[in-house]
Design a protein around this ligand. Structure first.
Ligand code: ATP
Length: 707
């Protein structure tokens, strides 16, 4: 009976919220179109557009929580905040629904029986298509104690069939997750968590929280870096569903506009190219491209002018001063225009002074008395003594700056450069590379040069951070604009994606354990303010670098100035499967412990050995049986790289067959791991096997080739 009345009560409230949302959408849609009046109007319109976008996407999960205070107050929590019907702007009236990201909503995720935060009850409300389908009450008065927040709702969410797309978890976030989501942004935050602990959930919900809380971050957009395009596709719906548009998602390989990694390279070479030492190598290389400071001879208006070596050296010194190559070149060109204008003026003064002297001598000889008031007394303008006024020198400088012949001279003396051919040259020339990379051994230099491919070879993944570093040291040819987001028409994310030197408000890195030092530097370049959240599991590392701790992984970029956080509970993988992982971690050389599984699927994992020639056929049958068992859900196959092609041809179309590396971050209801020993034998293969077996939410099957 109480239960029925709770459903009826929440249904009634939900209908009120649905009506209110429709009214707010209508109100905001009625905003005038046309040109914005001023900067304030641009900002206001952008905010309205954002609110409208959020409201439009908020149908699902419009209301998912309720907080009952000890003082009798009742508050509802939902995907977006809804102003109540009688809440004018700034009025002191409670909103109808609290935004889950608002500080007052935090208790929904953090209140416990031990620390009820003024609440007596938390209610989770499940809805589908405008109908309340579930109500779970959790007393916070100490009568019931559980470690989990909203256990019923959480377990129901975790037990759902997987669709192949990640969903939002705003209704069931757990306290340790919420603490990280709402952590301050004082510097890099590195979150360690085992498989299925919700690292991706935390990372994405943190983006939504930060964008909601920090308006300036929204103006600069947030970058989300993931391990693969497949992973980005998997998480692609989460942020739009949370109403976020100011987000750019990419992999390290797709971060440089117009450049793609199209070539595989050996792990050894990839490891060498990932080392932070390349930053110094490239800096020395770019410095070597600067022209030597020497006397310059320029022609202007038919006359030659000399700019002395010392003046050139000084101008170069003040032009370079930490600036990128092209920027320094531009500053030098401007200084050169000044120097030349002064040289021209000086030469003209000398010439006129000589002419004047000659003229005076002649006049003196003809009629000394007539020269009493002769030229030479006045001191303004380009009078006959030849001294040019400041305006005249400035005018001269402008004409010099506009002269294509002078521009051609500068180009010949200090040419503009393209990073791609420059890097190609460096990576294919042993002597050059040895000169700039004294810390690499001869064998390492040999490996890099031999592995670089021919002049027409594409770029490998390990080249992208080198290109990025080089492009930053060389700089854009033309001056970039001011970086202020454009007017209403364009979402900031579109612009950020297009512009190479874009500086983001925040960067989130998922599967961060995979990044090489050079890739970390690439991240830092996009967020010099170090507003970075990185999530990962050092025990799932498969990349060729040799990091076995976060301190090692980020030391080269952040030193020891970063904050560590940890997630300890596994929400994805059932207890039955997690029990298998201890020995795998030991074999991987890890000293860590697997996270604690929150649920049991009640399904035993299984293992079968089949003769090697039947393995693909057996895998196909096993997948079919799993598909039948998990109707409406998803099945994935993980195998050693050498078996992927054969298995793809054998199993049903649409069932993903991937390597352990490609499986990173993904999950399915059931996973078939084919040839686990083969996976373990791959480089860092025990870590790969750890990834492979932890992808399932329900069932794990293992198929091994054998006698
Ligand atoms: N608080 C939560 N409420 C509901 N579902 C959750 C919650 N936390 C995690 N999950 C679910 O658990 C699963 C694992 O989460 P997620 O992919 O974020 O983990 P992860 O730590 O990134 O895992 P891995 O490192 O293994 O890729 C996902 O299905 C996610 O939706």
């Amino acid at each position: 009976m109480r239960r029925d009345s709770a459903y009826a009560e929440e249904q009634e409230f939900l209908e009120r919220a649905v009506t209110r949302r429709a009214a707010l959408i209508e109100e905001l849609s009625a905003e005038p179109a046309g040109e914005a009046e001023d900067a304030l109007d641009v900002a206001r319109r952008r905010m309205v557009r954002r609110q409208l976008e959020e409201l439009r996407r908020a149908e699902d999960g419009l209301v998912f929580g309720r907080l009952d205070g000890a003082d009798g107050t009742i508050r509802r929590v939902g995907r977006v905040g809804l102003r109540s019907e009688d809440q004018g702007t700034g009025a002191d009236v409670e909103p109808l629904v609290l935004d889950w990201r608002a500080p007052v909503a935090r208790a929904f995720y953090t209140a416990t029986a031990v620390d009820p935060q003024g609440l007596v009850r938390r209610r989770h409300i499940r809805t589908r298509d405008g109908v309340v389908t579930g109500v779970d009450d959790e007393p916070l008065d100490g009568s019931v104690g559980t470690e989990l927040v909203g256990e019923g709702a959480l377990l129901a969410a975790l037990d759902q069939r997987r669709t192949g797309r990640m969903g939002t978890a705003i209704a069931t976030l757990q306290r340790e997750q919420d603490d990280i989501i709402r952590a301050g942004v004082t510097g890099p935050l590195i979150v360690q968590g085992g498989p299925g602990t919700g690292k991706t959930v935390v990372a994405l919900h943190r983006v939504a929280y930060l964008l909601f809380t920090h308006q300036r971050m929204a103006e600069r957009a947030v970058l989300v870096l993931g391990p693969s395009p497949r992973f980005l596709e998997y998480i692609g719906q989460v942020l739009p569903a949370l109403g976020e548009t100011a987000v750019v998602s990419a992999t390290c390989d797709t971060l440089l506009p117009g450049v793609r990694a199209s070539r595989a390279e050996s792990r050894d070479v990839a490891e060498i190219k990932g080392r932070a030492l390349w930053q110094g190598v490239l800096e020395r290389y770019v410095t070597s491209l600067l022209p030597p400071a020497r006397e310059l001879k320029l022609r202007w208006a038919g006359e030659f002018h000399l700019i002395g070596a010392e003046a050139v050296r000084q101008a170069m010194g003040s032009a370079v001063r930490g600036r990128p190559y092209h920027r320094a070149r531009k500053v030098f060109a401007e200084l050169l225009h000044h120097l030349l204008a002064e040289a021209v003026a000086e030469q003209r003064e000398t010439m006129l002074a000589e002419m004047e002297q000659g003229y005076e001598d002649i006049l003196a000889r003809i009629d000394r008395s007539a020269r009493d008031d002769g030229p030479g007394d006045g001191r303004s303008g380009s009078d006959v003594d030849g001294v040019l006024s400041e305006e005249e020198i400035e005018d001269l400088r402008e004409r010099i700056a506009d002269d294509p012949a002078i521009a051609r001279f500068v180009e010949a003396w200090w040419p503009t450069r393209d990073p791609e051919p420059l890097l190609r040259t460096l990576l294919t020339d042993r002597t050059l590379l040895a000169g700039f990379a004294p810390d690499l051994t001869a064998a390492e230099i040999d490996a890099v040069v031999t592995g670089a491919g021919g002049p027409a070879a594409g770029w490998a993944s390990g080249d992208i951070p080198l290109l990025d570093a080089l492009a930053a040291l060389i700089g854009d040819r033309a001056d970039g604009d001011d970086g202020i987001p454009g007017p209403g028409g364009e979402f900031v994310a579109e612009r950020a994606r297009r512009e190479r030197g874009w500086v983001y408000g925040h960067v989130v890195v998922d599967e961060a354990q995979e990044l090489s030092e050079m890739q970390w530097l690439m991240v830092l370049r996009r967020c010099p303010g170090r507003s970075v959240t990185a999530v990962g599991d050092i025990d799932q590392t498969e990349a060729p670098h040799r990091h076995t701790s976060w301190a090692q992984a980020v030391g080269a970029v952040f030193g020891d100035r970063w904050t560590a956080a940890e997630l300890t509970v596994c929400y994805r993988t059932p207890r039955e499967v997690m029990e298998l992982t201890g020995p795998i971690l030991v074999a991987a050389g890890s000293t860590g412990t697997p996270p604690r599984a929150v649920r049991s699927s009640g399904v035993a994992h299984w293992q079968r050995t089949v003769s090697p020639d039947r393995i693909a056929g057996e895998a196909a049958s096993a997948v079919q049986r799993m598909r039948e068992r998990w109707t409406g859900g998803t099945v994935g196959v993980v195998a050693p790289a050498t078996r992927v092609e054969e298995l793809r041809a054998a199993v049903e179309a649409g069932v993903p067959v991937v390597t352990a590396t490609q499986a990173k971050g993904l999950e399915w209801d059931a996973t078939l791991v084919v040839d686990p020993d083969g996976i373990a034998a791959e480089p860092r293969g025990w870590n790969g096997l750890y990834v492979a077996v932890t992808r399932c939410t329900q069932e794990l099957g293992r198929l091994s080739p054998g006698a």
